[in-house]
Design a protein around this ligand. Structure first.
Ligand code: SAJ
Length: 409
């Protein structure tokens, strides 16, 4: 259920491992493209995998689910405007599969979810299918009654390395009851090379959120150091390199802020589940958001005194070598610069062919690297894409350069 960044790689991998896979998505265009053996997202190796999965007949895409042994829910769990988890896609997917469940069906939630979501799915399914016994951690299932199984197995793959990590990463499986955990474990064992750690559903949910919160806090330290180093006249990249020589220190890299649909979102799931009582996670979110505003202010201060300034933003995606612009601090920076009429804003993003509507409407222009460098007074390096690595440093000599991602080191 869901053929996005997690569902499509998982569906096509399973298909090439011999499973009969029905990939379900609510988007007609996505379904049509996949049935032609084409893909709608950028991920290394995915085009070849999907083509071969579709051509072999093992993978079919559809708008509607059908009866299956295993249902994997891999739909988005976004954050609402007031930082609350939005479970409507999970609920819709649950409602869509409910009529098709049979005795012994295994339902697996892979979407990153707030604490208690797997139990919630169990309650929805119990209401929708009173003819089947729902799994219960109190072990109250009457013996012999037809029942379904339910577990959480959070996705943990890194965009850009999804196909490799789907197989190689360790997985966490947490069932509502021990039998659900065991069945989910056996399923993942059939295609995962890494260790499969068994736990309960709530711990699995919290483990996934903890991993991303750990990264957010660590990057917040790097971003705070970058702002402090600016004040102290110290090269933050060199500083972190040196500190990381210590055998027990591993600080991540500063950047223009933290983006994507995972790391800036998942700490809020914990904060929300805790009724707001998670001060460190909130502080880290604040620091990482402040870093984005600081980059905008830095550019604005450099523009002062220039006539008709041209500002080139190198990179728009949320991180290097992906096409994903969701929750991207670089997009936010370009938008804020455009809104504040800081100058003409040129954007270079080699992984897209057209700008999203809101950037286009704001007057930002998508250009290639050479054009941007030739015309810009101020270069803001936002994302360390491989296409930027060979940038001609000589051509930058006469420009004001703000390097947020260490591109020009
Ligand atoms: N970033 C930094 N400095 C760093 C590393 C990252 O500023 O040193 C920024 C990136 O530029 C980006 C953001 O953080 O804006 C997130 O990028 P990322 O590479 O850290 O993570 P994601 O969002 O692509 O994927 C994460 C991964 N989680 C962990 O590494 C703990 C991935 O394994 C998860 O599956 C994914 O979230 C997810 O779906 O939850």
């Amino acid at each position: 259920m869901g053929l996005g960044y997690i569902g499509l790689p998982t569906a096509s991998l399973l298909a090439t491992k011999g499973f009969d896979v029905l990939g379900v998505d609510v988007n007609t265009k996505t379904v049509d493209r996949i049935n032609l053996g084409e893909i709608h997202i950028v991920e290394p190796g995915l085009d070849i995998l999907v083509r071969s999965a579709v051509q072999s007949g093992q993978l079919t895409a559809s708008l509607e689910p059908a009866t299956a042994d295993i249902y994997i829910i891999a739909v988005p769990t976004p954050l609402s405007a007031d930082n609350r988890p939005e479970l409507s896609y999970v609920e819709a997917a649950t409602r869509a599969v409910a009529p098709f469940l049979t005795a012994s069906s295994l339902v697996i939630l892979e979407s990153t979810s707030p604490i208690g979501t797997t139990e919630k799915i169990g309650r929805w399914l119990a209401e929708l299918r009173p003819d089947l016994a729902a799994p219960s951690n109190e072990d109250s299932n009457p013996p012999g009654r037809n029942r379904f199984f339910l577990a959480h197995c959070p996705e943990r793959v890194l965009p850009g390395r999804i196909l490799e990590e789907l197989v190689q990463n360790d997985r966490v499986v947490g069932g509502i009851d021990a039998e659900s955990t065991a069945r989910a474990h056996d399923f993942y064992r059939s295609f995962v090379a890494g260790e499969i750690v068994k736990t309960d559903a709530r711990t699995a949910e919290m483990a996934k959120l903890t991993e991303n919160a750990f990264r957010d806090v660590n990057i917040a330290l790097a971003n705070e150091l970058s702002m402090l180093c600016e004040r102290f006249g110290i090269d933050v990249w060199r500083l972190i390199d040196i500190a990381n020589h210590h055998p027990r220190v591993q600080i991540l890299k500063p950047g223009p802020g933290v983006g994507g649909h995972c790391i800036p979102i998942d700490p809020w799931f914990i904060i929300d589940s805790a009724g707001g009582d998670a001060p460190l996670l909130k502080a880290a979110r604040g620091v990482n958001q402040t870093k984005t505003s600081r980059v905008v202010e830095d550019v604005q201060s450099k523009v002062e005194g220039l006539t008709d300034p041209v500002i080139a933003c190198l990179g728009l995606s949320y991180k290097n070598d992906v096409d994903d612009l969701r929750e991207s601090p670089s997009v936010e920076i370009a938008l804020q610069l455009a809104a504040s009429q800081a100058g003409t804003i040129l954007a270079v993003e080699p992984n897209i062919v057209e700008l999203p509507a809101k950037l286009d409407a704001s007057g930002v222009k998508l250009v290639d690297l050479e054009t941007a460098i030739a015309h810009a007074d101020i270069i803001v390096a936002l994302v360390k894409h491989r296409e930027f690595l060979d940038v001609n440093h000589g051509a930058l000599a006469s420009k004001v350069v703000i390097d947020t991602c260490g591109l020009l080191r």
